[in-house]
Structures are given as structure tokens and as C-alpha cells.
Design a protein around this ligand. Structure first.
Ligand SMILES: [Zn+2]
Length: 183
């Protein structure tokens, strides 16, 4: 099944491998084929197999989700911090000048570590622009790159319209139960 939202920065895109369709949660990383397809889509390469990467990516995804859902609760950051502790950036001077090399204690953690590292960078520079879709049943996340910072939904086609229809119905229902204003 096609993912409803693609193209967000790596940590948010990792979150968006999980979505709700007709009340049912769909996981694009549930099996090795899905993991391979996601890596391909993101142009991420790894010497590890999709079988090895699947559990690690799903663990990283939950660590990122917990940290974002409870930004003011340090306990919710433990999993993310444990993931960050699995690697670091090492500066070095290469043939083409300064470069930063990612070092991880185990190769299979590299992509999940990169996602966590990118999340920290987003939180440092654009925390207000990291948003969860405003539609109540939607679990997708995005970085609001709109000029005014007014993006509310993952996509206008799906969640934006659904929210508008619901608001319209709620207004309509309220009007019907209001007592007549005269008589
Ligand atoms: Zn949505």
C-alpha cells in the first residue's frame, strides 16, 4: 500500500512508515520487503540485511515518537538518548577538506542513529515547525515549511478535507438542536 505522506525529513519520514487506514494501523516496516522498499525510497544504503534492520528501525521509530509526544517529560527521552549513545560524529580532515564521519558501535544502528541525530538538529533549529497532523485519528508527522507556519494537516486531500467536513457537520448539528430564537 502506498504511504500517504512521503518526503519529510528522515526522522519524521521514519515515523510516517506507520499510519492509520480505515481505523487500522499499517506498518510499512513490518516485513523485510517493506524495509527494503523504504531504504530504496530514501536512497539509504546499508551492508546489513533488511531482516537485520527491521527491528532496529522500528525501535528507533518508537524512540523518536516517544520523545516527540512528550517533549517535557525526560523519561520519554530515555529511548532516544540510548539510541544517540550508540554513535557519534567524528570530525576529520579528508582529501577534499573537513568532513564528519558517523561512527556507530554496531553497523545495523547507523540509519536509526542518523534519524535520531537529525531529530535533535530539527529540535534545535525548528522545534515549532515539527507538527503532528491536526486530524485526530491521524498519526503522521511533518515539518511545516510553509512561509507563515500555518500547515495543520499531513495532506489537504485526505486529512484537511476530513477535518473540514467534520467541523461543518458539527456546526450543522449544533444549529439543529438550538431552540428557536423567537416564538
Ligand atoms: Zn493526517
Amino acid at each position: 500500500m502506498d504511504r500517504p505522506l512521503i518526503g519529510e525529513p528522515l526522522p519524521l519520514d521514519l515515523l510516517n512508515t506507520l499510519w492509520v487506514n480505515d481505523g487500522r494501523t499499517v506498518d510499512a516496516l513490518a516485513d523485510p520487503a517493506g524495509v527494503a522498499a523504504w531504504l530504496d525510497e530514501r536512497d539509504l544504503r546499508s551492508p546489513c540485511s533488511a531482516e537485520q534492520l527491521g527491528p532496529v528501525l522500528r525501535e528507533g521509530r518508537e524512540a523518536i515518537r516517544q520523545a516527540l509526544l512528550a517533549p517535557d517529560q525526560p523519561a520519554a527521552h530515555d529511548a532516544l538518548n540510548a539510541l544517540l549513545a550508540r554513535g557519534h560524529l567524528r570530525d576529520r580532515l579528508g582529501a577534499d577538506g573537513p568532513e564528519s564521519v558517523v561512527q556507530v558501535d554496531e553497523e545495523r544502528w547507523r540509519i536509526a542513529w542518523l534519524a535520531a541525530h537529525d531529530l535533535v538538529a530539527l529540535l534545535r533549529h525548528r522545534p515549532q515547525r515539527i507538527r503532528r497532523c491536526a486530524e485526530e485519528n491521524c498519526i503522521l508527522w511533518f515539518l511545516d515549511a510553509s512561509r507563515n507556519g500555518t500547515r495543520r494537516w499531513c495532506t489537504m486531500d485526505a486529512c484537511g478535507n476530513r477535518s473540514k467536513v467534520r467541523r461543518h457537520r458539527a456546526r450543522h448539528a449544533r444549529t439543529e438542536v438550538e431552540p428557536p430564537s423567537e416564538g
